[in-house]
Ligand binder design. Structure first.
Ligand SMILES: C[S@@+](CC[C@H](N)C(=O)[O-])C[C@H]1O[C@@H](n2cnc3c(N)ncnc32)[C@H](O)[C@@H]1O
Length: 209
C-alpha cells in the first residue's frame, strides 16, 4: 500500500480506503476463483495495482470520459484506474465469465459507481471510448483489429484518443508498422526494479479507422 501512496500522494481518504480494502477482497475471492497467481497476491500493490496505475502517469483521465479495459481478467488495469479516476466511466470486458464474476464482486465490495462490466469478447462491443486500455491480452496487430471503430471522434485529453497498452520487453518488431506509436518507460516514473522493462504504449487511433 505504501507503494501507491509514494507515487500518488494526493489520494482522498475514500481512495486510500478503497486501495486498502482491495487486497483483502482479492485474497478472499482468489481462494474461490483464481484470478491472480498466489505469489502475486502478496505483491498485489506492486505487480498489479501500481503497474495498472502506470497508465495514469502517462495520461490522467478527465471526468465524464470513458475507458474500455479489454481482457480485464481479474480487473487489471481497470479496477485501480477506476479508483483513481472516480468521475471517469470504465467498461471492463472479459470473455471468461468467472473472471467477470470476481471483477463484479470486487467493484461491489469497493462500492465503485463508475465500473460497468461485460462478459463477452471485445469484438462484440459496439460503443465508443476516449481510450482503450489493456495488459497481457494480444499482440498489437490483433488488438488493433479488435478495437477498430470503438474510439470516439473528439479527443479531449493531452494525448489523442486511442490505445494505452501496458507492455514489456523489446517492442521494436511488434510496433514496427505503427509509426505513430509512442513508448513511455515506466522506469521514468517508478523506481522499483519490477518496472525496469515495463512500458505504456500509446497508439493514437482514428475514429472508425
Ligand atoms: C493474461 S489475461 C490478462 C488479464 C488482465 N488484463 C491482467 O493483466 O491481469 C488475458 C485475458 O484476456 C481475455 N481475453 C482474451 N481475448 C479476449 C477477447 N477477444 N475479448 C475479451 N477478453 C479477451 C482472457 O479471457 C483473459 O482473461
Amino acid at each position: 500500500m505504501q507503494e501507491i501512496e509514494k507515487y500518488f500522494p494526493d489520494l482522498t481518504e475514500a481512495q486510500q480506503l478503497q486501495f486498502k480494502k482491495l487486497k483483502d477482497l482479492y485474497k478472499d475471492w482468489n481462494l474461490k476463483i483464481n484470478v491472480v497467481s498466489r505469489k502475486d497476491i502478496d505483491e498485489i500493490y506492486l505487480r498489479h495495482v501500481l503497474h495498472s496505475l502506470g497508465i495514469a502517469k502517462v495520461q490522467s483521465f478527465k471526468p465524464g470520459s470513458s475507458i474500455l479495459d479489454v481482457g480485464t481478467g481479474g480487473g487489471f488495469p481497470g479496477i485501480p484506474l477506476a479508483i483513481l479516476f472516480p468521475e471517469t466511466n470504465f467498461h471492463l470486458v472479459d470473455s471468461i465469465g468467472k473472471k467477470i464474476k470476481v471483477v463484479n464482486e470486487v467493484a461491489e465490495g469497493l462500492e465503485l459507481q463508475n465500473v460497468k462490466t461485460s462478459n463477452c469478447r471485445v469484438e462484440e462491443i459496439d460503443e465508443q471510448y476516449d481510450f482503450i486500455v489493456s495488459r497481457a491480452v494480444a499482440q498489437m496487430e490483433t488488438f488493433v483489429r479488435w478495437v477498430k471503430g470503438k474510439i470516439k471522434k473528439k479527443s479531449e485529453h493531452e494525448l489523442k484518443n486511442g490505445i494505452l497498452y501496458l507492455k514489456g520487453g523489446d517492442l521494436s518488431e511488434e510496433l514496427a508498422k505503427y509509426q505513430t506509436a509512442k513508448i513511455y518507460e515506466l522506469s521514468d516514473y517508478f523506481d522499483e526494479e519490477f518496472f525496469d522493462t515495463k512500458k505504456v504504449v500509446h497508439l493514437p487511433m482514428k475514429y472508425k479507422g
